[in-house]
Write a protein that binds this ligand. Structure first.
Ligand SMILES: Nc1ncnc2c1ncn2[C@@H]1O[C@H](COP(=O)(O)OP(=O)(O)OP(=O)(O)O)[C@@H](O)[C@H]1O
Ligand SMILES: [Mg+2]
Length: 319
């Protein structure tokens, strides 16, 4: 059940901070208020933009950090971020596995797969112990990046898993053999907080929360934070929120900037300096069945995801 604070419309700037914090589900830590003298240019989040080095080169692969892309709100950029962050990390030499964990199968379609032509999917891995990871993994078309595809079959898993022993740990069990072979495993969650998403969070080290830079974007974030906290407490003590990513940002509108400002006030340093701007190139690249990093390699969208890859590497992979 959503609490009253989840149902409040997005906090307006004149609202007291307490209300904003409660509504955004942000942790107790708040953005630093003391101004630090800094002559670096301000980034889109209103903070000085750090210099982001290229990720450290790797000579051998694994163990992988498993990261879920999670927000129960639909259409916020989870799948787009999974594909393009993965492709950008692969460009930097990381071995990446993408897991399509949404019965809509958008991640698989976005990488050019046809939903009815998949021999094995994540569904088989979850429900049939004789299916091995290598039976399901397919190349993504991007060098260094593989995919575990899904289609609508996965929707049956949510129902069937309810009767399984250790039902929340099923994805963790099937991904275990992949940990040693990859540097990063990105799980594209469906827009719900049901058993599939709980499986993804239980299998993960970190969560990235993509949030559309629009009013109402923060609706339900408290509920998401609550779910993450419960999984961390009861099923997966190592789980942490790696970062909050502003997506579909339009710098020309005041409210886009206000949403980012509110996010930083509520989530502080968890908010990535990188912000993904709104551009039709993303839907074009989905139609083409490839990441924007190859479809429009020089576009601002491709550059933004490369920058995000550097931030993710700096915070969590190379730390
Ligand atoms: N930065 C962007 N600018 C413009 N369009 C975008 C951007 N990011 C994603 N889109 C488009 O918005 C739509 C929704 O994006 P996406 O599928 O990544 O969201 P999602 O959170 O995975 O959705 P769902 O909850 O349905 O799984 C897609 O058509 C995608 O191409
Ligand atoms: Mg999606």
């Amino acid at each position: 059940m959503e609490s009253a604070s989840d149902l409040l419309p997005f906090a307006r700037p004149e609202m007291p901070m307490e209300q904003t914090i409660e509504q955004t589900g942000a942790p107790e830590t708040r953005a630093e208020t003391a101004p630090v003298p800094d002559d670096r240019p301000l980034g889109p989040t209103g903070r000085p933009m750090p210099v982001l080095p290229d990720p450290k080169p790797v000579t051998e692969h694994g163990p992988a950090r498993v990261i879920s892309m999670c927000n129960q709100k639909g259409g916020v950029g989870k799948t787009t971020t999974t594909i393009n962050l993965g492709a950008a990390l692969a460009e930097f030499g990381r071995k990446v596995l993408l897991v399509d964990f949404d019965p809509q199968g958008s991640l698989s379609v976005g990488l050019g797969l046809h939903p009815h032509e998949m021999e094995h999917t994540v569904y088989n891995l979850l429900m049939d112990r004789t299916t091995r990871l290598e039976d399901v993994v397919v190349p993504s078309g991007v060098p260094g990046m593989d995919l575990l595809p899904s289609n609508i079959d996965l929707s049956a898993a949510e129902v069937q898993l309810v009767h399984e022993v250790a039902r929340e740990q099923t994805l963790q069990r099937v991904l275990a053999p992949a940990i040693g072979a990859y540097d990063v495993i990105l799980i594209d969650c469906q827009p719900s907080l049901g058993l599939l998403t709980v499986n993804a969070l239980t299998a993960s080290d970190g969560v990235i929360v993509p949030l559309e830079c629009e009013y109402f974007a923060l609706r339900g974030v408290a509920l998401l934070k609550n779910t993450i906290d419960k999984v961390q407490e009861r099923l997966n003590p190592k789980l942490e929120i790696d970062g909050v990513l502003g997506t579909m940002f339009d710098g020309r509108t005041l409210h886009g900037r206000e949403v980012l400002e509110r996010l930083v006030q509520a989530w502080g340093d968890k908010v990535y300096h990188t912000v993904i701007r709104r551009t039709v190139k993303f839907s074009d690249s989905t139609v083409a069945g490839e990441p924007i990093t190859s479809y429009a390699s020089d576009s601002t969208g491709a550059e933004a995801y490369r920058q995000l890859a550097k931030e993710v590497a700096l915070r969590c992979l190379d730390a």
